[in-house]
Ligand binder design. Structure first.
Ligand code: XMP
Length: 319
């Protein structure tokens, strides 16, 4: 720990020096990397850090509130929340193709981010949570093929488009070091150990077209799933856990009646690099609790299945 403390203090001193008098914009996603970037920059430049969080309407339960609480409450960071959810949802209306969803979300994100960034005066720098593995990946010529199978929209091209200089304080660090740094900086445990969540959010966890009703279903299922995985003490053991709403209805019984409702697929993987992954060996009893709770508590769901595929060939997300 003394080591990460030394590294952190050195990073803070360096950022202070490099960014003397400068205003910096940082896009917060709620994920580990951008949260750590914001926390360290806040230590270095205080109120000259301006964070932007885009609510795309595709977030998990309490995600936006969690970011607001941590960064406004705990750290008193300058934070602007852009609620662009109606624009995202109307852009996505009727869209079923996964890559098309990602393109639309990527484009809307740039619009939303830009609209807010333009209001911040005298900012010439944009901070990003690039990690060492990202640096190696984009340096190699064919990149990381498997990673490119799904179009990652993570603010690619944004700094150039807006004419910003880049600040990437985490570019020498691996993920586990970033988590240690986050802990050192006092970020809540919840945030530091969070599973990755894709930029396109719940949009790629609803197979087929997206509606508010489907978002409600997948959001509630996700919340129950994560609650129970945490309650079982499995959250840190699993690398990523998620719920997917399938585009099929199935028959069930409800009292004396026949029901015809949706299926939720649970996916949880163990992996060290997200390039290959094995399904998590969640105990049957835990799976049983998750299934019962989702079926009882989430209106519109009458069946839960567990995805036991490994990657490859199955990817972690279903879209
Ligand atoms: P796959 O599904 O390709 O996912 O096995 C590997 C990791 O990448 C995440 N993922 C994304 N992250 N934008 C992101 O920011 C995306 O479009 C995207 N697609 C997948 C996925 O959650 C997993 O952690």
């Amino acid at each position: 720990d003394w080591l990460i403390g030394d590294i952190a203090e050195e990073m803070i001193a360096q950022l202070k020096d490099e960014l003397k008098g400068e205003n910096v914009i940082c896009g917060l996603s709620g994920g580990v990397d951008s949260s750590v970037v914001a926390a360290i920059l806040h230590k270095a430049i205080g109120e000259r850090l301006h964070c932007i969080f885009v609510d795309n309407g595709l977030l998990r339960e309490n995600e936006r509130e969690g970011v607001e609480k941590t960064f406004c409450g705990h750290f008193s960071v300058n934070l602007r929340v852009v609620d662009w959810s109606e624009q995202f949802l109307s852009g996505l209306e009727g869209v079923t193709d996964p890559q098309k969803k990602r393109k639309i979300i990527g484009a809307e994100f740039i619009e939303a981010f830009k609209s807010e960034a333009e209001k911040i005066e005298n900012a010439k720098f944009l901070a990003q949570g690039t990690l060492y593995p990202d640096v190696i990946e984009s340096g190699s010529k064919d990149g990381n093929l498997a990673a490119n199978i799904k179009l990652h929209h993570n603010v690619g091209g944004l700094p150039e488009e807006l004419g910003f200089g880049l600040v990437e304080p985490l570019r020498d660090l691996f993920k586990d070091e970033v988590r240690l740094l986050g802990e050192y900086l006092g970020l809540p445990e919840d945030m530091v150990w969070r599973h990755p969540f894709p930029g396109p959010g719940l949009a790629v966890r609803i197979i087929g077209d997206i509606t508010k009703e489907k978002l409600r279903i997948v959001r509630q299922a996700d919340e129950i799933l994560i609650d129970e995985i945490k309650a079982a003490g499995l959250y840190r053991k699993c690398s990523q856990t998620l719920a997917v709403l399938l585009p099929v209805k199935n028959v069930g019984v409800m009292g004396d009646d026949r029901s015809y409702e949706s299926v939720i697929a649970i996916r949880s993987v163990d992996t060290s690099d997200f390039m290959t992954a094995d399904f998590s060996r969640i105990p049957y009893d835990t799976l049983g609790i998750i299934s019962n709770r989702i079926i009882n508590e989430v209106r519109g769901v009458n069946r839960v299945v567990y995805d036991i595929s490994s990657k490859p060939p199955a990817t972690i997300e279903w879209e």
